[in-house]
Design a protein around this ligand. Structure first.
Ligand code: ARG
Ligand code: ZN
Length: 869
């Protein structure tokens, strides 16, 4: 949020900094409403810059004094910083400022959370702490002295000295200001240690409030596993004597990779079996890994400017995805990644917020911490590995670490480490510059035993980018015979042009694909039922939307037999989408063959329980809506909801005879472990419990809810009970049991709204915003309430528009408190053009109402303006 009028910043305007910073000394005299920060900064003119103007960023602070080389200096204050006349030689800048952490509800800069001082500086929060060239290409060595009576005083780097009421820290690694962090509080530590492959002994701590000390063990194990993994896989060891993690209750995002002092949203680190679900444990493991991996991809090598954000985020997300795949079940991990990609990034890229992974301009950088930059950014790195092969991929990464350690660099610098002239990578950099999801249409034609596959790509124009070019797309394809056996190993065909064809002779002993010029017109689809079946985009090697028009028989075969587990899941999903789309349009009922296959897959002993849980789940209402839209139909959220209910009921009845047996068979009897094996069983039992509830009205679920000894089983049961006669009693009991655990109460808020029937969702949400435990200032609680409403697709989009109005009311309230979280949540409106014009118009009316709010933040203004188009 800026007080000055919003300004668009362009990548093309980048210039090098006018001054280097050789060292920074900061002293904090902490006080809730009047913290004094003194800075002593050694500046040196940058010979590479023609510009000698001296400009420091600074917002929301009172300047007490300023000196240059010990002499008081006159400065000119601007709305977001200051300028001063400075010598044409190295000089020392000293300033004292006063800031007010307590009134900082934006949670950027230095703020208070439950009596704890903490910071969030990425992207531009440091300028709320002191005057500074707050840009990532200014890197310096920081020494920090903290004065406070609070018992725990932390900053980046290694502790150097401390005494009664003060502590000093020194970070030897030059870093940009966005990686600065400070914490002071009444905290306790869960401690451990680690010896790196280079022989360095590292003290590890997770700092929490005393009540939470029993929720740290898992995070610590995840941290050590991440350290081992990064040494083993990328050859990267940790580089300080201490690594601290702090849990904070009020936090805008998941976590932050500050050098040596990661600060985490408590929901992203605290977990015990009683209070956290399997999904929470898995997310915590991934976020701990993500922030730890940033130490090399982000901190040791950082971004030259914020347009390069994907340089650290896309790469680090890919690394945490690899870690999860290695630690858990790789196919299940991939399915989860793709579900998240489609649910958030494809949706973003298909709407008014579509932007390139490396954008050319922005107003508020906080609005660009998006699914596109993170998740699509990761997909690009994955494709790089697919195209180059693992060996050349890791060679390129090693080159990157060797060449750019200690620097602030660009995507071009990164890409050059893979040999930009490598013919395999021709055109590849377009993936970073071009927005939109490519649609790839596949046609197959048979001539005797020869199959010709023709692929055509098209990326629809977007508001920001009308003209789209062809992208190099790695198509990972397999071919399986009627018995489900692989005829070929997975082959990666490179689709570099708009249209390309490949041919394979399926009767040779080792069939292989070869380039074909064009498909002849007299070829036909094979209708022989024993013809081999194509398995397309295996492992989701490319982030594309595929149009393959495969027959139900082919999809059933893939679902049952594909050796690529991801593609087996994908085939089931395609069948579900086709079926539910037709049901929602009222044109077809599910085929018996599909219902039978679904039951078979639920029971299939050859597949892991975690996979069966995923494969038996139906695509989300939003996924089905998107599918219908892509076929040229206007989706009706209520009709989709009804279709999902009808099909679920039909599945429950069809599988009726085996449900109790499967439920009993997959119960976990050992003591709780949040690992892949146990959580897979619980996930499958959770799916089955949902089906059982459709048949028994909730008796089994009520039993599980009352007797559960872990949060996964308890919350799953509670979710099943919403809408049954047991709901009120169970919700009340749950609240009484967990009233003292804020992360559990977030779940209690979220599940009632998330699972509410469409007609109830906004009523329940409104009721809960009036609950004594609702707190607009806590982002987790706000998201658990209003975010859950936005995620309940049919409930948010009820025809009357009450969901839109309620969300808009609360975004208007929140904007004055926390612009960043407000702006992020405006994306609930990004789908306005997808629905019928009545809904679309109601959404636009609410957005315009938000936009007309006096003093609306630039964050929210930018988002709504972009969404309205
Ligand atoms: N770099 C953090 C991460 O790893 C995200 C922090 C973003 N914070 C923000 N205020 N935009 O994902
Ligand atoms: Zn990150």
């Amino acid at each position: 949020m800026k007080d000055a009028s919003p300004q668009t910043i362009y990548l093309a305007d980048y210039t090098v900094p006018a001054y280097h910073v050789d060292s920074v000394h900061l002293t904090f005299q902490l006080h809730p409403t009047a913290t004094r920060v003194t800075s002593k900064i050694a500046f040196r003119p940058n010979p590479e810059s023609a510009d000698r103007a001296f400009y420091l960023h600074g917002e929301h602070m009172k300047l007490i004094s300023a000196r240059i080389d010990g002499q008081p200096v006159d400065v000119s204050l601007t709305p977001d910083g200051l300028t001063a006349d400075v010598p044409d030689a190295p000089f020392i800048w000293e300033a004292e400022v006063e800031i007010d952490p307590q009134s900082n509800t934006a949670l950027e800069g230095l703020y208070l959370s439950n009596g704890m001082f903490c910071t969030q500086c990425e992207a531009e929060g440091f300028r709320r702490i002191t005057y500074y060239p707050d840009r990532p290409d200014v890197m310096s060595v920081f020494t920090v002295r903290i004065m406070s009576d609070l018992p725990v005083l932390l900053s980046n780097g290694n502790p150097t000295d401390s005494g009664d009421g003060w502590a000093e820290w020194h970070d030897p690694w030059p870093k940009p200001a966005y990686l600065f962090a400070l914490v002071a509080g009444d905290l306790v530590a869960h401690s451990d240690s680690f010896t790196t492959s280079e022989g360095r002994d590292v003290a590890l701590n997770i700092y929490v409030r005393a009540d939470d000390i029993d929720k740290c063990a898992f995070g610590m194990e995840a941290l050590k596993a991440s350290m081992v993994w990064d040494e083993r896989v990328y050859g990267r060891a940790y580089d300080l004597d201490i690594f601290n993690i702090v849990a904070v209750d009020d936090f805008n995002m998941g976590a932050m990779e500050n050098k040596g002092l990661n600060i985490f949203n408590s929901s992203a680190v605290l977990a015990s079996p009683e209070t956290a679900t399997d999904a929470n444990f898995e997310r915590i493991e991934a976020i701990i890994a993500h922030e730890y991996f940033h130490n090399w991809t982000g901190n040791r090598i950082t971004c030259r400017d914020w347009f390069q954000l994907c340089l650290k985020e896309g790469l680090t997300v890919f690394r945490d995805q690899q870690f999860t795949a290695d630690t858990r079940d790789p196919a299940v991990a991939r399915i989860n990644d793709v579900n998240a990609l489609r649910g958030r990034q494809f949706r973003e890229d298909a709407g008014p917020l579509s932007h390139a992974v490396r954008p050319d301009s922005f107003v508020e950088i906080n609005n660009f911490y998006t699914a596109t930059i993170y998740e699509k950014g990761a997909e690009i790195i994955r494709m790089l590995m697919t195209i180059l092969g693992e060996e050349d991929y890791y060679k390129g990464l090693t080159e990157y670490f060797d060449r750019h350690d200690g620097q602030a660099v660009t995507i071009e610098d990164f890409f050059a480490c893979f040999g930009d002239d490598d013919p395999r990578l021709a055109g590849f950099s377009r993936w970073w510059h071009q927005s939109g999801t490519p649609h790839v249409t596949i046609e197959q034609a048979w001539q005797g035993s020869e199959l010709t596959l023709t692929a055509r790509q098209e990326t629809p124009p977007s508001a920001q980018q009308q003209h789209k070019e062809a992208l190099p797309i790695p198509l990972a394809v397999g071919l399986i015979d009627a018995d489900g056996r692989d005829l070929t190993p997975t082959s990666v065909l490179m689709l570099n042009d708009t249209t390309q064809s490949w041919t394979i002779d399926t009767r040779t002993t080792t069939p292989a694909w070869r380039d074909t010029n064009a498909s002849a017109s007299d070829q036909q689809n094979s209708d022989a039922s024993d013809a081999p079946t194509l398995s397309l985009n295996r492992g989701f090697a490319a982030p594309i939307i595929l149009h393959a028009d495969q027959s139900e028989n082919d999809l059933l075969r893939l679902m049952a037999h594909d050796s690529d587990t991801f593609s087996a899941w994908e085939a089931g999903r395609t069948l579900a989408l086709n079926t539910l789309g037709d049901m929602a349009r009222g044109i077809k009922t599910p085929s018996d063959a599909y219902v039978d296959a679904w039951c078979l897959s639920l029971r299939s002993e050859d597949r892991a329980p975690a996979f069966r849980a995923l494969a038996s789940a139906l695509p989300s209402t939003m996924d089905i809506a998107t599918h219908l839209k892509s076929q040229g139909h206007t989706p009706d959220p209520q009709a989709i909801y009804d279709a999902r209910e009808t099909l679920s009921q039909q599945f429950a009845e069809a599988a009726q005879d085996s449900l109790q047996r499967l439920f009993a068979q997959h119960q976990v009897t050992q003591s709780y472990r949040p690992d892949a094996e146990q959580s897979g069983k619980r996930a499958l039992c959770g799916r089955i419990l949902g089906l059982i509830t459709r048949l028994d009205g909730g008796a089994e679920a009520a039993k599980q809810h009352a007797n559960a000894d872990n949060m996964t089983s308890q919350l799953t049961a509670l979710g099943c009970l919403i809408g049954t006669e047991h709901a009120t009693k169970s919700l009340e009991a749950f609240y009484q049991q967990w009233a003292h655990e804020r992360l559990v109460i977030d779940k209690w808020f979220g599940i009632q709204i998330g699972q509410a029937a469409p007609a109830d969702a906004s009523k329940v949400a409104k009721f809960l915003t009036e609950h004594e435990a609702f707190n607009v200032k806590n982002p987790n609680r706000f998201r658990a309430t209003l975010g859950a409403l936005a995620a309940n697709t049919a409930g948010f989009h009820t025809a009357g528009g009450s969901g839109y109005a309620l969300l808009a009311d609360w975004l208007i309230t929140l904007d004055g408190i926390n612009p960043q979280t407000t702006a992020r949540m405006t994306s609930a409106f990004e789908t306005w053009a997808m629905w019928d014009s009545a809904r679309g118009e109601k959404m636009r009316v609410e957005m315009k109402r938000i936009l007309s709010t006096p003093n609306l933040s630039s964050d929210t203004t930018e988002m709504i303006t972009r969404i309205l188009g």
